[in-house]
Design a protein around this ligand. Structure first.
Ligand code: MRU
Length: 367
């Protein structure tokens, strides 16, 4: 992604600082600063606090965290313990497990002396792989937007509704759900994005709106409850969202509120498309409602909102009755029957065809 003329990834190896650098997503959109990670503990902390977030980026950060730890102790117990600790940072996005398992499969057979260098190479390879997968998702998803443009009727633009942030900030570059949108915009298709604010952490209003703006894509932030109304009015050509874990039959865990958008899309005959790289598929799970672990976060995220005050200071204010408690499930599961298609790096597939990806290995798995 280019920001003011400079190309950025969301994570990169900083050789001069001898660590991995990430964009500090807790500071966005008010400040563009970075955080240097130099240990597995710091990587775990960045994931837990959501300094980095988004399913693919969580995985890449953990892979770098593992590599950093092995520079100090690359023994078998250290390898397993560090991997275990990183896996426990966030429960829902399966990309974390993918990245750690890819790394472990290649590191376990090596001698401890070889592991640190190899682990750093694996993390870099996983990062590059993610960029390639997301770019391919963009190319495969583009025809969906072209089709919506062809069917626009009297409308002057293609209206796309998205939820949370599934852009380059959630990946290493390009994004998943936003990749086809960037591709369409770059091809001159007049796209406009309805950006769900995505309470409680507002990843839509804060991050998706920011990156669409950086790329010059017209967009409008809407309250989370607006989507159904917009669809009833015919103002949504298609919905395009990301995913944190998709089961073999296509049940899709994504940011809380995704399911309600899928229901509204179904009721209004609007296409509901899920963009994902194949590392987001959990081949060990079938029934998403029963099996996918849903992260429960602090109720404080619901009871408060954060923003800049008149003095440009970031403040948190309470927006609920004093003393009332809150529940905060961070993800929900959209059943496969509500998904029109999955936009993957290998093409656009209906839920019943998702299993055909099972035989295909990612480049990092083949190594
Ligand atoms: O809690 P977050 O911000 O990590 O949740 C992110 C999402 O739900 C994204 O939509 C999902 O990870 C897809 S990212 C390509």
């Amino acid at each position: 992604m280019k920001i003011h003329g400079t190309h950025y990834r969301s994570i990169w190896w900083d050789a001069a600082a001898d660590g991995v650098r990430v964009i500090n997503q807790l500071a966005l959109p008010f400040a563009l600063d970075t955080v240097l990670i130099r240990s597995a503990d710091q990587a775990a902390h960045a994931i837990r606090t959501m300094t980095v977030r988004g399913a693919p980026l969580i995985g890449i950060t953990a892979a770098y965290g593992l590599a950093l730890a092995l520079r100090h102790d690359a023994s078998d117990p250290a390898l397993e313990q560090t991997a275990h600790g990183l896996l426990a940072t966030r429960p829902t996005a399966v990309n974390l497990r993918y990245a750690i398992e890819v790394a472990l499969a290649q590191l376990r057979p090596l001698s401890p002396a070889q592991r640190a260098t190899a682990a750093l190479e694996i993390a870099a390879q996983l990062a590059d792989e993610d960029v390639a997968l997301c770019h391919a998702i963009g190319q495969h998803g583009l025809p969906l937007i072209e089709a919506a443009w062809a069917n626009r009727g009297t409308r002057e633009r293609v209206n796309i509704l998205t939820h949370c942030n599934a852009g380059w900030l959630a990946t290493v570059d390009w994004g998943t759900a936003l990749a086809p949108i960037y591709a369409a915009h770059d091809q001159g298709i007049p796209v406009h994005v309805w950006v769900d604010e995505t309470r409680p952490r507002n990843q839509g209003a804060l991050l998706t709106a920011l990156e669409l703006g950086w790329h010059g894509v017209p967009h409008t932030v809407v309250a989370d409850n607006a989507g159904g109304h917009l669809m009833q009015r015919g103002d949504v050509g298609l919905c395009l969202v990301g995913a944190d874990r998709v089961t073999t039959r296509g049940d899709t865990a994504n940011k809380i509120g995704t399911y309600l958008k899928a229901l509204a899309a179904f009721d209004n005959g609007v296409g509901f498309h899920v963009a994902l790289p194949s590392p987001t598929i959990d081949w060990r799970m079938d029934d998403g409602l029963r099996e996918i672990p849903i992260e429960e976060r602090s109720g404080d995220e619901v009871l408060t909102v954060q923003g800049l005050d008149a003095q440009n200071t970031l403040r948190s204010v309470r927006v609920a009755a004093p003393g009332s408690p809150a529940a905060n499930p961070a993800f929900d599961v959209t059943p496969a029957r509500l998904v029109t298609s999955f936009v993957t790096e290998r093409g656009v597939l209906e839920p019943h065809a998702l299993h055909t990806l099972r035989r295909q290995k990612t480049p990092a798995q083949k190594t």
